[in-house]
Design a protein around this ligand. Sequence first.
Ligand SMILES: *Cc1c(COP(=O)(O)O)cnc(C)c1O
Length: 385
Amino acid sequence: MDEKPIDKQDILDELEKLHSLDHNYADGRILGSMCTEAHPFAKEVYCKFLDTNLGDPGLFKGTKQIENRVIKSIGELLSLDNAYGNIVTGGTEANLMAIRAARNHARKYKGITDGEIIIPDSAHFSFKKAADMLNLKIVEAKLDENYKIDVESVRDAISDKTVAIVAIAGTTELGLIDPIGEISKIAHENNIYFHVDAAFGGFSIPFLKRAGYDLPVFDFSLEGVCSITVDPHKMGLAPIPAGGIIFRKEEYLDVMAVDSPYLTVKTQSTIVGTRLGASSAATYAIMKYFGKEGYTKIAQNLMENTRFFSQNLKEMGYEIICEPELNIVAFNHPQMDAHALAQKLEGLGWKVSVAKCPVAIRVVLMNHIKKNHLEELLKDLKEIL
Ligand SMILES: *Cc1c(COP(=O)(O)O)cnc(C)c1O
C-alpha cells in the first residue's frame, strides 16, 4: 500500500487502463462464457443495495424479505409453492450448499459418516470442490451415447454410503438435459437425496417449455428432487455474483445450521457469513422487470440464434456433436483437431472455449452474441474450411 493518499483521478486512470485490458461482452467475441452483460436496470438496483448484509438479517429485515421473495418466485418457476433457500454467489456455492445439506442429512438420519456422491461424467467441476471440502467420495456415473447420464449406471453406483445423486439440466459443455425423471424415481425409491444442477438451464428451460419447446421435466414436480441450483447471473441477466439454491424442505437448511452468537439471528445455514443483499435485490428487480413474458422472448431468441448457427455450420460441412437442446453448440472441423481450430479462431480475435468430453469447440449463445457476430464468425469458419 502507498504511504500517502493518492488523488482519486489518478486511481481511476490506473484502474481504467487495467480495465481496458479486459474483453468486452459488447464486442460479441466472447464465445465460451456462460455469463453475459447484466441488464442496466439490474445493475442500477445492485448499486443501491451495496451496503446490505444478509449475513445479519435482523439488521436488514427488508432486504431479507426481498431474498425470501426471490426464492419464492424461483421456487414457483420450478413447480414448488413453498421454497427454501438462498441467493448465493453462483452455481458453485449453490452446489456446495446442496451437497452439504445432503451429507449432513444422511449423517443425522442414516448415520453415514464416509459418504459418496454419484455425479455424471458431465458434471461441473464445482462438485469436485464440494466433495473435497466435505470429505466425500465421488462415484462417477457413465454417460450414454448421447452424452446424457446413463440411468443404469446410476442404479449400479448406489451403495449404502450414497448421500446424494446429482443430475444436470443444461450441462456446462453441451447444454444437455439429463433424464431427470428417471433418476428422480431411482433416488426416491432408494430414499437418497437428489440434487438437480440447473445452474445454466434454470433460467431458460421453464420459459422454453412455455413457448412450446419439447423439453423434459426437471423440477420439483418430480417427487424425488430435493434441491435445484439456478444461476440468475447466466440467462437471468442479473449482475455477478448471483446463484440460487432452492430446497424443497426447510429441514435441509436446518441440518446445516450452526450457532451464530454475535448476530441478530441465532443460527446460520449459509456457507458465507457476511453476504451481499445486492444480489437478491438485483435479481428480484430483473425478474419483475422481464416477467415470464420477457424471459420467454429472451430464451426463444437465444434458441433461434442457436438454430441459425448450428444449421449453417452443418451446411458448411462442420460436424455438430449433438442437436442443441439449449443455447450451446459444440462442433468440430472435419479434418482439423479442436485445439488447432481454437487457435486459428483465437488468432482472428475470437475468444473460444474447448469442451473436453467430447473434445470440441463450444459456443455458448448468450445475449451478447448477436446475429451479426454469428455471421462474421461463420464467415471466418468458412475461410478456415
Ligand atoms: C455455470 C455452472 C456452474 C457453476 O456456476 P458458477 O456460477 O460459475 O459458480 C455449475 N453447474 C453448471 C451446470 C453450470 O453451468
